[in-house]
Ligand binder design. Structure first.
Ligand code: NAX
Length: 328
């Protein structure tokens, strides 16, 4: 007997991440090859955006994906999040010229209040939300606070792209396949203060810092390459990461949904582990237990360099929370 379809909402569905993401969901890469889906695609109520969305939907139709049972196209969040099992919040306003990070946070915050409320009121009883739109940790916090009836642990934000970037950098340096890099860990904020861990990330089962013994590289080039990779992509492509961001989101949801071996980097509400202020949404190494379950991995050690940077990235998250205090 075939499975009941999952309803998956995607905001910003006509954007560049949406374009790379939707065929991956519809082809089974996110929820498995036997899981039908209904896509609920949400865009802003602007003619150009809705026309572009229509075009994306026509292309999806033209792919004749066997798992894609239906599509809903809307600019009304109450329709878009109706009965959804997964809400993927990708859409947000980009940072404009001369805009500070704080301005961006203030500008985008209200989007996530409205979406959080609609998820609360209309989502399925098992609804889960992932935020990609930046600043994703703080936007996830806003959505979580706007959805009081949905358990907090159902809100996550994405550092999987950062994790994948770290894996690729380490694999290249060590001359191994990226599959030899396991438990790749990013701590903190999805921003330039994020902390890529070189101790708990393993290469061939050993701490990366035992395989790559050049600590100057690990604390220097490796660190800054991962932290600033988004800016490097923009400089090279003239556009921000889209294919790799969509891929990160597929990986993020698939591992939570189906479970996986080892650990993954996921931004989740902090329970105070590792001194990260309780209630902030911070990236941690988590173990995905299957059926959407996860737990923050306990008992890992950091060196002084990583510890200092963890404190700094958590301070940045706390500062972002202060900026949106009126929305929480
Ligand atoms: P695009 O500008 O191509 O697309 C965004 C789309 O969202 C547009 O079509 C826009 O109309 C729509 N949108 C804006 N506000 C909306 C709202 N309130 N409801 C529904 N739709 C809305 O951006 P794209 O490259 O797709 O990036 C989307 C977001 O991902 C950005 O905020 C970006 O900063 C963020 N990213 C996050 C990453 C992460 O690792 N967490 C990495 C990639 C990316 O930078």
């Amino acid at each position: 007997m075939s499975k009941a379809p999952l309803r998956v909402a995607v905001t910003g569905a006509a954007g560049q991440i949406g374009y790379a993401l939707l065929p991956r969901i519809a082809s089974g890469a996110m929820f498995g090859p036997d899981q039908p889906v209904i896509l609920q695609l949400i865009e802003i109520p602007v003619e150009k955006a809705m026309a572009a969305l229509q075009g994306v939907a026509m292309e999806l139709e033209d792919c004749a994906f066997p798992l894609l049972q239906d599509m809903v196209l809307t600019s009304d969040v109450n329709v878009g999040f109706k009965d959804v099992n997964w809400a993927l919040l990708v859409g947000s306003k980009p940072r404009g010229p001369g805009m500070e990070r704080g301005d961006l946070i203030k500008e985008n915050g209200p989007i996530f209040t409205g979406q959080g409320r609609a998820i609360n009121d209309h989502g399925a009883s098992d609804v889960r939300t992932v935020v990609v739109g930046n600043p994703c940790n703080t936007n996830a916090l806003i959505a979580m606070h706007s959805a009081p009836d949905v358990p907090n642990d159902r809100f996550t934000a994405m550092t999987r792209l950062d994790q994948n970037r770290a894996m690729a950098q380490l694999a290249t340096k060590a001359g191994v396949a990226s599959s030899d890099v396991t438990n790749a860990t990013i701590w903190g904020n999805h921003s330039a203060t994020q902390v890529p861990d070189y101790i708990n990330t393993k290469i061939g089962g050993k701490p990366a810092s035992e395989v790559i013994t050049d600590m100057d590289w690990l604390r220097g080039e490796f660190f800054t390459t991962v932290q600033k990779r988004g800016a490097a992509i923009i400089a090279a492509r003239g556009l921000s990461s889209a294919m790799s961001a969509a891929n990160g989101l597929v990986d993020h949801v698939r591992d939570l949904f189906l479970g996986c071996e080892g650990t993954r980097s996921v931004c989740v509400p902090s329970d105070g582990s590792y001194g990260v202020t309780e209630g902030l949404i911070s990236s941690f190494p988590v173990r995905c237990t299957g059926d959407n379950g996860y737990e923050i991995v306990q008992g890992l050690e950091l060196d002084d360099f990583l510890q200092e940077r963890l404190v700094a990235t958590v301070a940045e998250l706390a500062g972002e929370k202060d900026v949106v205090a009126d929305l929480l």
